[in-house]
Design a protein around this ligand. Structure first.
Ligand code: PMT
Length: 242
C-alpha cells in the first residue's frame, strides 16, 4: 500500500502543475539531508538534518516542470513524484555524485547539511571500550562541495550552473551568511537560524533570508518548507531568465 503522503504529494503536484510551469524542462540538481561519516562499522558522525527542506525544493521544482535530480543523504523520506533520486551516505560520496552531474544542470541547490570534517581513520572493526577515561578522535576536512562547484565553474570560464547555497547558523545570521556567500562563491545563499523556533532541523516550517551578491538581505516570514522552497525557486527562475 502506497503511503498516504505520497498520494497527497502526487495529487497536489498535478494540481500545481496546471498552475505554474515556469521551470519547464530546466535541469536542476538538489542536495538534501545530512551526511554520515563513519568511525567504525557501527558508528558515525552526523547531524540533525531530516532532508525535509531539500526534498521540498525537489518536489516543488518538479511540480513547476523542472527535471530534478535529488542527491539525498541518509534520510527516510519518500522520493517526490517525477524526481530522479541518488542516495549517498558520506560527504565524499555526495561530492562524487554532484560533480558527476553539475555540468548538465542549469542550477545546483545545495540544501544538504554536509559534514565539514570526517574521522581521519575508519576502524575496520567495532571500536572496543578500554580503561581510558577519555578518547580523542582525529578529524580531517571533507571536500567543500559548493566551493568546488564554484571553482569548477570558474575553470570552465562560464556562468552555468547557477549555484545556490544554504547557511545553517545559530545566531549572527546576516553577518555569517554574507561572509559565506562570498567565501563559497555562489549566486544566491539561503540563510536560516536553526536555533530559532520554527526553523529547527526536522520541522515542517522555516524562516529563511535570501542573500545575493550586491543586494540587501531579503528576510521572509515563517513559511512551510514547501512555501519557502517556492520562494527560493522564484529567485532561481528569475536568475535563469524564466
Ligand atoms: O533537512 P531539514 O531538517 O529540513 O533542515 C534543513 C536545513 C537546516 C539542513 C537546511 O535548511 C540548511 O540550512 N542546509 C544547509 C546546512 C549546512 O550545512 O549549512 P553550512 O552553513 O554548514 O554549509 C553552507 C553550504 O555549503 C551549504 O549549502 C552546504 O550544503 C554546503 N557545504 C557545506 C560543507 C561542505 N563540506 N560542502 C558543502 O557543499
Amino acid at each position: 500500500m502506497i503511503e498516504a503522503s505520497v498520494i497527497v504529494d502526487a495529487a497536489s503536484n498535478i494540481l500545481d502543475a496546471a498552475a505554474k510551469r515556469d521551470l519547464d524542462g530546466v535541469a536542476l540538481l538538489v542536495t538534501a539531508g545530512p551526511t554520515h561519516e563513519e568511525l567504525d562499522p557501527v558508528r558515525y558522525l552526523g547531524n540533525r538534518s531530516s532532508g525535509k527542506m531539500g526534498f521540498a525544493l525537489a518536489r516543488r521544482a518538479a511540480a513547476r516542470g523542472a527535471r530534478v535530480t535529488l542527491i539525498a543523504g541518509p534520510v527516510s523520506l519518500p522520493t517526490p513524484p517525477g524526481v530522479t533520486r541518488v542516495d549517498v551516505t558520506s560527504a565524499r560520496e555526495m561530492h562524487e555524485a554532484v560533480t558527476a552531474r553539475d555540468t548538465e544542470a542549469r542550477a545546483v541547490i545545495m540544501a544538504a547539511a554536509v559534514a565539514d570534517y570526517r574521522p581521519s581513520v575508519r576502524a575496520a572493526e567495532k571500536m572496543k571500550k578500554g580503561e581510558e577515561q577519555s578518547l580523542a578522535i582525529t578529524l580531517e576536512l571533507s571536500p567543500d562541495i559548493l566551493a568546488d562547484l564554484a571553482a569548477r565553474r570558474r575553470a570552465r570560464g562560464g556562468s552555468t550552473p547557477l549555484l545556490v547555497g544554504f547557511a545553517a547558523e545559530t545566531g549572527g545570521l546576516d553577518e555569517k551568511a554574507q561572509a559565506k556567500l562570498g567565501r563559497k562563491g555562489c549566486d544566491l545563499l539561503v540563510g536560516n537560524d536553526v536555533s530559532e523556533p520554527g526553523s529547527a532541523f526536522g520541522g515542517d516550517t522555516n524562516r529563511i533570508t535570501l542573500y545575493a551578491p550586491g543586494a540587501p538581505p531579503d528576510p521572509l516570514p515563517l513559511l512551510t518548507k514547501d512555501e519557502a522552497a517556492d520562494r527560493v525557486l522564484d529567485r532561481v527562475a528569475a536568475l535563469l531568465g524564466r
